[in-house]
Design a protein around this ligand. Structure first.
Ligand SMILES: [Zn+2]
Ligand SMILES: [Zn+2]
Length: 244
């Protein structure tokens, strides 16, 4: 399985990096983890046809993680319909939030959300599920209070990936990273942060406890980018291709 990093930036586009989007190319499936506003263009730049996408799996419903979906709707409506209906899987309210967003962005005359060939699937914390044959185990992480933010354990082609989504540090990462081929972990900041995101100092303090084969940091903010040369863990780059 190959991972194409389409966007490893934070919500602010720090360093000119694209917002959250990770394209996985398996033997028989092409799927995204997260779909930030820049994902469609980055997917095309990477040489992939959006019509070949099987699923979009969302960690949470912040704009930098799902704000790109309306562009896929209009791509499918007006340019190239997908080969088969694309499944959008995400936390509770995904369907409502996506449809609301499409309506806000493109009006209600011909609502893409009502016409485009999508199906929705809700991910419930701690319930393993199959999304088009891709095994997904979501668990709740501390990032928002009212709404649910998920980390995603994804298994396909015998390869296992843990994606933190956006989250403050939690020891759940120690448990779930065990045996993973890749832990794709957000690390927005370098210095310790109070609430919503992982910081490098906290991550390094726990580094020895993470029993994953590979660790890659993503969702990088200005502070991380400014201290790039001091870091002992590899950073994601837009356009990076990784064989897992
Ligand atoms: Zn984010
Ligand atoms: Zn977020």
């Amino acid at each position: 399985m190959r991972l194409h990093v389409l966007g490893c930036g934070d919500a602010f586009g720090s360093g000119g990096r694209h917002q959250s989007g990770y394209l996985f190319e398996g033997s028989d499936r092409l799927f995204l983890l997260d779909c930030g506003p820049t994902t469609l263009l980055a997917m095309k730049r990477a040489g992939f046809a959006p019509r070949c996408l099987d699923a979009i799996i969302l960690s949470h419903l912040h704009g930098d993680h799902f704000g790109g979906i309306p562009f896929f709707f209009i791509e499918y409506l007006y340019q190239n319909p997908p080969a088969s209906p694309v499944t959008i899987a995400g936390p509770p309210d995904t369907r409502e939030r996506v449809m609301e967003l499409c309506k806000l962005m493109y009006g209600s005359g011909k609502s893409p959300a009502q016409n485009a060939p999508f199906t929705f699937q809700i991910l419930h914390p701690n319930e393993s599920t199959s999304v088009k044959g891709i095994e997904v185990f979501p668990f709740r992480v501390p990032h928002q209070t009212a709404d649910i933010s998920l980390a995603l354990k994804v298994t396909y082609d015998g390869r296992r990936v843990l994606f933190s989504g956006d989250s403050a540090w939690t020891d759940e990462f120690i448990t779930h990273a065990r045996g993973m081929d890749l832990f794709l972990c957000e690390c927005s900041f370098f210095t310790e942060q109070p609430a919503m995101h992982v910081d490098y100092q906290k991550l390094q303090a726990n580094r020895a406890r993470l029993e994953c084969k590979k660790l890659l940091l993503t969702h990088l903010g200005e502070e991380m980018l400014a201290r790039k040369n001091e870091l002992e863990v590899p950073l994601a780059e837009d356009g990076m291709v990784l064989t897992i």
